[in-house]
Design a protein around this ligand. Sequence first.
Ligand SMILES: CC(C)(COP(=O)(O)OP(=O)(O)OC[C@H]1O[C@@H](n2cnc3c(N)ncnc32)[C@H](O)[C@@H]1OP(=O)(O)O)[C@@H](O)C(=O)NCCC(=O)NCCS
Length: 180
Amino acid sequence: MTFQLLDGRQAAAHAADVQALHAEVYAGLPDARYEPDARFADRFGVQLRQPGFVLAEARSGGYLVGCAAGMPLRPSTSWWRDLTAPLPEQDTTEYPGRTFALAELLVRASWRRQGIGRSLHDLILGSRREERATLVVPPAAIAAQGAFAHWGWRRVARTRSYGTDAPASDVLVAALPMNR
Ligand SMILES: CC(C)(COP(=O)(O)OP(=O)(O)OC[C@H]1O[C@@H](n2cnc3c(N)ncnc32)[C@H](O)[C@@H]1OP(=O)(O)O)[C@@H](O)C(=O)NCCC(=O)NCCS
């Protein structure tokens, strides 16, 4: 297994691999309504052009088996809007260096429970200099919920992540650096 970190320009050349990985993983989730493949492709294409975007890949013989992706939140971010209960302003004010958003963590089903997810998580977050990290995870993603609780994340809010019929999701936060 080889692990590597890519910036947005490098990741653009791997977008088709990431989209195929995303499609396979989300086809296997119990509630896959919250993001159609085409919307993921559009979103990923926008995200990888954002300043500070980073992609962590796990490959076996060149085959993409898992990835993590994220970017710093911008001061104008909408990340903390549309919560079921508003958070205090001091928790949602963004400034350069405050928050890294972990937008994706995906491992193909047949490669799970071998530590690949954790390695990707640690690789992408270990490179960060922000004060904290945040992510959104649907309650139906049982393995991810278990993993993030195990890895020191805590739920701070609930939101509706994609579209009006999407299930409510949990917003998690972890302090950086992660000391383990
Ligand atoms: C979450 C995910 C990336 C974990 O990948 P992985 O390679 O299996 O991760 P690891 O092997 O490093 O760790 C697995 C951990 O997940 C948790 N986990 C896995 N399956 C679980 C389950 N069915 N119930 C509860 N916890 C589970 C455990 O904490 C486990 O740690 P352990 O093996 O030490 O007990 C993978 O399950 C996945 O791709 N899920 C679908 C996509 C997704 O929901 N991504 C997150 C959205 S933000």
